[in-house]
Write a protein that binds this ligand. Sequence first.
Ligand SMILES: Nc1nc2c(ncn2[C@@H]2O[C@H](COP(=O)(O)OP(=O)(O)OP(=O)(O)O)[C@@H](O)[C@H]2O)c(=O)[nH]1
Ligand SMILES: [Mg+2]
Length: 376
Amino acid sequence: MKFVDLAEVEVIAGDGGDGLVAFRREKYVPAGGPSGGNGGNGGSVYLLAETNLQTLLDFRYAHRFKANPGERGGPNNRTGATGTDLEVAVPCGTAIYDADTDELLGDLVRSGQRLCVAKGGKGGLGNRHFLSNRNRAPEYALPGLPGETRRIRLELKLLAEVGIIGLPNAGKSTLISALSAARPKIADYPFTTLVPNLGVVRKPTGDGTVFADIPGLIEGAHQGQGLGHEFLRHIERTRLLVHVVDGTAIDPAADYATIQQELVAYGRGLLDRPQILVLNKVDAMPEDAIAEMADDLAQTAQLPVLPISAVSRRNLDRLTQQVWDILDSLPPVDLSTPEPTVPEDEDEFTLEDGDLPVEDFPLIDVASLLSPVELP
Ligand SMILES: Nc1nc2c(ncn2[C@@H]2O[C@H](COP(=O)(O)OP(=O)(O)OP(=O)(O)O)[C@@H](O)[C@H]2O)c(=O)[nH]1
Ligand SMILES: [Mg+2]
């Protein structure tokens, strides 16, 4: 399956229907008065989070989402039909930004969460609405208001508690496959992993925790080098990082520093995540070199270093134990959605004095207008 985690689309709400100018004309009802109804409100566009979607692939092919307009007001003071809303499904974990202003509109994390991204236009008022003692036969109505249109950017950020990061070839995919049932591609060349892999690791209590194997990061990843910058956003939601350093590399301490610099450059709090630093591939290192290398790395990182081997499973129990201990000590995750910026419906359409240039409309001689018409 193709994994797409970024998309830009246009959302177009329906216009409000126009208000109608009509007069009641019936036999035996002279001077029946204005009877044009209000236009219906246009439909809005909503995004809805759904668990059965994993990627934004659908948005590769569909770029415009349009809700229906409201219908025009009818005679006999009938309000036009409301335009149907359009609901577009997105995977859980999708953050929605205004593509022009970069403003975060909302973050749909839990299944069933809904966000209005384009609000339908209000229907216009029919002439019936303008009936007053001063004007018994208003000959005007208001047009419907246009629906909102905007470009939005969808960013899927994976929902994993633990992110596995490191340079290409460090052994991240090997590690996730040793810890979980995930079976990502593993090979002895860099950039084997092109999309993040998720794996569920069971706690001793039986609960599952989602780990994400993030494609290798390289220097300049935050500026778009390699594949990394695409994927840094997927660690934004993690609570804990497992940083894998290849012990058989020429300079593991420098490798560690490279990744740290990328986290600093990306910002968004990635550096604040607690990190467990592991020195991988120790099965392929002489025993005395392991301690020396681990000390050296710990010195650079100012963090304890756990030597592991994803292949021989050395110290993997200790690694998961450390993960559970840290996760248990962290405050619960806040999955709250920021307030949508799209305002909720205002129930009443109110006209302020001076909104309508009533003076510009001639006062009409009602009697001459309402000469009764024979109905068939
Ligand atoms: N000896 C040894 N080799 C390992 C260990 N872990 C991974 N490898 C090898 O290192 C190579 C890279 O492993 P991957 O798991 O694909 O590395 P990765 O970090 O996922 O690499 P990218 O997906 O390219 O970022 C493979 O040939 C693995 O077999 C280990 O603990 N010991
Ligand atoms: Mg990999």
